[in-house]
Design a binder for this molecule. Structure first.
Ligand code: GUN
Ligand code: FE
Length: 431
């Protein structure tokens, strides 16, 4: 039986040309979890469908967080006066090794899922840790939350402490195969596995090769980190002297190639050949401006990447990024792009707010297929915001939309839908 209903309110989304569309007092018509379109008045054939009237509230597409580490929910805001490699060694690796204890992992993942559910995000691509039992529990909790997610059991077999390192490539690959089999057995509907070599320095060449083979055999997507920090790029050059560049390491082992969906976080110091490679493979860059500022990694040339045809979305990169507030992150993408422009002799690096909004919704949503906008055939993922706390009575709809990104947070969020299904914002995970 067809399930048809409409959401009513001030509807705002972005088109494929990165232009914002404002539809005051309109209806978003939803059939079986997919958008049919946005209409000022319901078409005659749908005049009698149930309407959820959100009154004067704003209805935006669900936000997409293309890169975050659920385990690092515990160390958000810690050690952020360091740079990447020191921060990993002193804060992040010791924190992640605690996820060997399932009770500890569950307590952190429960809090993480609660905050993700209450924020503007409807879809996310998430790193767990190398621990299979804890990763499966995270996937159970996300499935229960109603959100859509890719989750990766992390692979790392070198350059890490003994208690956060897999014994070798064969064992790591075998663990990952067992994890994949278990995710299939659990029959998740919204949560899917994604192969997750942590980054090139954490993985031996053999491990990268085995993961590349797994990606091809199983038609599995891949997520990792790429070119975040100058010292990291130099380390990759030392560890892989025969690769032409950092992206070339992943390409060499079958993790970056056409037909393998991939998300690479960061992409700050890419050579032109790396950008071309990403474009050819259709690999996404997850732009993480808050993380990049906190760790003083630098500023990714997002505008240039977009102009070169590389698909881009936004990532909070918790815990190097300190907040899961994707509204604020959208504004920060604009601010960082302007700082980059200030330092750049030629070209236009500045993102308009509507372009950053595109990245946070439709841009990242493209990794999931048709998601991140209200165009016909797109997944009906929506976030409903009551901006009474932050708006002035005389603000236009366009001004209200702008203010959301600078002044809004989870307090504004009063409803959320994923594939047309309402999310219980306050619900408690039982596990
Ligand atoms: N590179 C490898 N691991 C990590 C991580 O956990 N966070 C960030 N920001 N970069 C990484
Ligand atoms: Fe990261």
């Amino acid at each position: 039986m067809k399930q048809i209903f409409a959401l009513k309110g001030h509807i705002i989304d972005c088109d494929a040309q990165k232009k914002v569309r404002f539809c005051p007092d309109s209806h978003l018509l939803i059939e079986n979890g997919l958008c049919l379109g946005v209409f000022p008045q319901l078409p005659a054939a749908y005049a009698n469908v149930p309407v959820r009237d959100h009154g004067d509230k704003l209805i935006l597409p669900g936000f997409v967080d293309l890169h975050l580490h659920a385990s690092q929910y515990a160390n958000r805001g810690l050690g952020l006066d360091l740079e990447l490699l020191q921060w990993l060694e002193q804060y992040t690796f010791p924190q992640e090794s605690k996820f060997a204890c399932l009770d500890y992992a569950c307590s952190i993942y429960r809090a993480f899922c609660r905050e993700l559910r209450q924020g503007p995000v409807t879809r996310a691509c998430i790193f767990a840790t190398l621990h299979t039992p804890a990763t499966l529990r995270l996937m159970d909790m996300l499935e229960e939350s109603g959100l859509v997610a890719y989750v990766g059991k992390v692979n790392m077999d070198r350059n890490a402490p003994d208690d956060l390192r897999e014994a070798g490539p064969e064992q790591a690959a075998a663990d990952t195969r067992r994890w994949l089999a278990e995710t299939a057995a659990r029959g998740y509907r919204r949560v899917k596995p994604i192969l997750t070599p942590r980054f090139a320095p954490s993985c031996s060449p053999d491990l990268l090769r085995l993961l590349g083979e797994m990606a091809r055999e199983g038609h599995l997507p891949v997520q990792s980190h790429l070119s975040e920090n100058r010292d990291e790029v130099a380390l990759v050059k030392r560890l892989f002297p025969d690769s032409p560049h950092y992206a070339g390491v992943y390409a060499q082992y079958g993790l970056l190639e056409a037909g393998i969906p991939a998300i690479m976080a960061h992409g700050l110091y890419l050579q032109p050949a790396e950008v071309e490679l990403l474009g050819q493979c259709g690999a996404f860059i997850a732009h993480c401006p808050s993380s990049n500022a906190n760790l003083a990694s630098g500023i990714a040339p997002v505008k240039a990447l977009m102009e070169a045809g590389v698909p881009v979305g936004l990532g909070s990169d918790i815990g190097a990024g300190h907040s899961m507030n994707l509204l604020r992150l959208t504004a920060q993408a604009v601010a960082c792009s302007k700082l980059l422009q200030r330092q750049t002799a030629a070209g236009n690096a500045t993102l308009r707010l509507e372009e950053a909004f595109y990245l946070a919704t439709r841009g990242g949503g493209a990794f999931f297929g048709k998601a991140g906008a209200f165009s016909p055939g797109f997944a009906a993922d929506a976030v409903v915001l009551d901006d009474a706390r932050i708006r002035l009575p005389q603000d236009s709809l366009e001004q209200r939309w702008q203010k959301l990104f600078y002044l809004g947070d989870e307090r504004e969020i009063c409803a959320k839908y994923v594939n047309g299904v309402p999310i219980d914002l306050q619900g408690q995970n039982q596990r």
